[in-house]
Design a binder for this molecule. Structure first.
Ligand SMILES: [Zn+2]
Length: 315
C-alpha cells in the first residue's frame, strides 16, 4: 500500500516536471490597437496579448495607467513602434529587467520607413524646435527620429509585422511555433486579399485632393497612390495658430481640396473653423480604430473603414 502511494507520488512529480514551462502562454503587451490586432491574430489559439492605449487614446502624449504599468512589468514581450511614437513607454521600459523582450517595429522595419512629411503643401518645420531639426539630412540617413512612424496603415507592412511577431513569439515560446507559423501564413494571405480589395475600391478617388488632420496616413496614401495635399498639424499635441489656419484655408482654395478630415482622438471644432468660407466638406478618418473592438478583426475593420470614410468624403 505504502509503495503504491509512493510510486503514485513519484509519477505525479515526474509528470509535473514534464509539463513544459510554456504551458502558460507568454505575456505579451502591445502598444496600440492596430498592432495589437495583428499580434492577436498571430497568437490565436495560444493566448491573448494585452493592449495599452485603449479606445479614444492616442499614442501621442499618452500616459500609462498604474494597471498598465503593472502589465508591462509582468510582460515577457513588448511589441511597439518606437520611442518617437509611443514616447510614454520609454521611461517605464528603461526600468524593466533584461528578461523582458522587445520588438521595436521602427527598428525592425527601418528599410521600409518613409521620411516624415514636411514643407511643400505640408506643414513647414517649426523653427522654435531647432534641436529636433538640426540633423535633418533630407533623403540621406533616415533615422527613426526623422521617419514617419505611422507604419501600420499599409497591408504590405502589416504582413511584415505579422511575420516579425510570429518569429519573435516562436523564439520566446518554441512549443507553439507551429501555431504561430500557421496563424502568420493565414493572416498574411488575408492581408493580401485586403490589399487588392482596397486598391480596387480606392481607384476612383485616387486623384481627388484632400487634407487630413495630422500626418498619420502617409503609408496608406503611398500604398494606394492617393492625393493627400496637406495636414492641419504634424504634431497633434500642438494646436495650430491663427496664421497656420489661414494658410490651410488658402491651401484648400488653391488646391481645390474636396474634404478636410478630422479625427475622433482630437477636437473637430477646429475643422469647422477651417472649412468655413471654403467649398470643402468635412469627414472623419481614424488611424487607430477608437470605437472598434480590440482583437484579430480590428485591423481589417479599421482599414476597410478608412477606405469607406475616404471614399465618402471624396466622392
Ligand atoms: Zn500620429
Amino acid at each position: 500500500m505504502k509503495n503504491t502511494i509512493l510510486s503514485a507520488l513519484i509519477l505525479c512529480l515526474w509528470l509535473l516536471s514534464m509539463t513544459p514551462a510554456s504551458a502558460t502562454p507568454p505575456q505579451v503587451v502591445v502598444s496600440i490597437k492596430p498592432l495589437h490586432s495583428l499580434v492577436s491574430g498571430v497568437m490565436e489559439g495560444v493566448g491573448r496579448p494585452e493592449l495599452l492605449v485603449e479606445s479614444g487614446g492616442s499614442p501621442h502624449g499618452y500616459s500609462l495607467k498604474p494597471s498598465e504599468a503593472k502589465a508591462l512589468a509582468a510582460a515577457d514581450l513588448i511589441i511597439w513602434v518606437g520611442q518617437d511614437l509611443e514616447s510614454f513607454l520609454v521611461k517605464p521600459l528603461s526600468t524593466l529587467g533584461k528578461e523582458a523582450q522587445q520588438l521595436r517595429l521602427a527598428e525592425a522595419l527601418k528599410s521600409d520607413l518613409l521620411t516624415r512629411r514636411q514643407g511643400g503643401t505640408w506643414e513647414a518645420p517649426e523653427h522654435k524646435h531647432q534641436e529636433d531639426h538640426q540633423d535633418h539630412s533630407h533623403g540621406q540617413q533616415l533615422t527613426t527620429a526623422t521617419a514617419d512612424l505611422h507604419l501600420w496603415l499599409s497591408p504590405p507592412l502589416a504582413k511584415k509585422i505579422v511575420a516579425l511577431s510570429a518569429a519573435k513569439l516562436s523564439q520566446l515560446d518554441p512549443v507553439n511555433t507551429v501555431i504561430y507559423n500557421r496563424n502568420s501564413e493565414q493572416l498574411q494571405a488575408r492581408l493580401d486579399i485586403l490589399d487588392s480589395a482596397l486598391e480596387e475600391r480606392l481607384e476612383p478617388v485616387k486623384n481627388v485632393p484632400y487634407i487630413v488632420f495630422h500626418a498619420a496616413y502617409q503609408y496608406f496614401e503611398s500604398t494606394y497612390g492617393l492625393n493627400a495635399v496637406g495636414s492641419v498639424t504634424i504634431n497633434p499635441e500642438r494646436k495650430p495658430g491663427a496664421k497656420r489656419l489661414k494658410a490651410i484655408q488658402q491651401k484648400i482654395r488653391a488646391l481645390d481640396a474636396r474634404c478636410v478630415f478630422s479625427e475622433p482622438q482630437f477636437e473637430s471644432r477646429l475643422i469647422q473653423t477651417i472649412i468655413s468660407e471654403t467649398a470643402a466638406r468635412t469627414g472623419t478618418l481614424d488611424p487607430l480604430g477608437a470605437d472598434i473592438a480590440a482583437g484579430p478583426e480590428a485591423y481589417f475593420t479599421l482599414m476597410n473603414r478608412l477606405a469607406d470614410n475616404l471614399i465618402e468624403g471624396l466622392r
